[in-house]
Design a protein around this ligand. Structure first.
Ligand code: ATP
Length: 321
């Protein structure tokens, strides 16, 4: 079945005066997808999310939400979106119920439907029993839950969360992460964060933005694979010498890591892992490890946002040209 695109961002630009904060960004978000939005401070994440949520005007480009151009029918487009800004707009002197009722009315939910909408979002955010509490008296983690509850009260198709776990303790972080994971099962989520393990824990796809430009847009499972082609990590109990290994067709480069372990770069189209396994058995090399080598999201992030060569375990990942 074809994936349904809920958000389409096309050649987006945003200027603040002469400063170009967002530079020609394009990406899509599909139904049910959790998208991690990463980038160093000032990269343009909040600006992009504010534009998608209809809180900020774009300078050039197009944003389609649920097939609607956000400039043509902003109200209709916004109905698809729930937004938790970096600083949640909470009225601290209100109780949780008073505040959520107010948000429900702002979202245009009719009066009869409000109690059900309130109960549903409180239940999803773990706020059952907190309805009469003053927001000001809640812990930061619970205030964040209220912020998320106001973002989902109108059952939007897309939820945009700007750094939702900032300033929370590890237990609260875990709870909010679980909530995000759960939201991902029936909403699309755009999640901005500086916490890379958070992206690895909850996201399907990752975008990295650097100085307003998109430098990466890939599925997380693709990122586990190699950056410069295919690499294998191989170990033998009775290792051959490099010349012998090099006879295997499709091998491009071999680095010997220690007495028994090698890193092998190979042609993606040749079946090198199988050839190594066959040769190792025939030649009694005692194959003890044969695994694709992957790089962490952190390495990818630093490589793409610092533009520096990164030395990892004797292995240099090339910076982009
Ligand atoms: P952070 O991770 O620190 O929240 P960010 O990736 O969300 O950063 P933005 O807040 O979108 O980045 O900012 C992008 C750039 O635009 C920055 O250089 C910032 O200083 C600038 N900027 C943001 N808002 C304004 C504004 N209202 N007026 C002028 N410049 C702005």
């Amino acid at each position: 079945m074809a994936e349904e695109t809920l958000i389409a961002v096309e050649h987006l630009f945003r200027y603040y005066g002469m400063h170009r904060a967002v530079h020609d960004i394009s990406f899509n978000v599909s139904r049910g997808e959790v998208l991690g939005f990463l980038g160093p401070n000032g990269a343009g994440k909040t600006t992009t999310m504010q534009i998608i949520s209809g809180a900020l005007a774009l300078s050039m480009g197009r944003v389609m939400v649920g097939g609607i151009d956000i400039l043509d029918a902003p109200k209709k487009a916004k109905a698809y979106i729930g937004y938790l800004p970096e600083h949640p707009p909470l009225y601290r002197e209100l109780t949780v119920d008073e505040y959520l009722r107010y948000c429900a009315r702002l979202h245009g939910i009719n009066r009869q439907a409000i109690p059900r909408a309130l109960n549903s979002c409180k239940q999803r955010c773990g706020l059952d029993g907190a309805g009469d509490r003053l927001i000001d008296n809640l812990s930061k983690g619970y205030q964040q839950r209220v912020g998320i509850a106001q973002a989902i009260i109108h059952a939007p198709a897309v939820v945009i969360l700007d750094e939702p776990t900032i300033g929370l303790d590890p237990i609260q972080i875990r709870e909010i992460r679980n909530l995000i994971r759960e939201l991902g099962s029936d909403h699309s989520v755009i999640l901005s964060t500086h916490v890379l393990p958070e992206v690895q824990a909850v996201c399907d796809r990752v975008l990295i933005i650097q100085q307003g430009r998109l430098v990466l847009n890939d599925r997380l499972d693709n990122l586990k694979w190699n950056i410069r082609g295919n690499y294998l990590r191989v170990a033998f109990r009775n290792p051959p010498n490099i010349t012998e290994l090099n006879k295997i067709p499709g091998i491009k480069q071999i680095d010997q890591l220690d007495g028994t372990r090698f890193r092998i770069q190979h042609d993606i189209n040749a079946n090198v892992p199988e050839a190594i396994a066959v040769m190792a058995v025939e030649s009694y090399w005692g194959l003890s490890e044969l695994a694709p080598e992957s790089h962490s999201l952190e390495e990818t992030f630093i490589r793409l946002t610092c533009g520096e060569d990164l030395e990892t375990d004797g292995f240099v990942i090339e910076a982009p040209a």
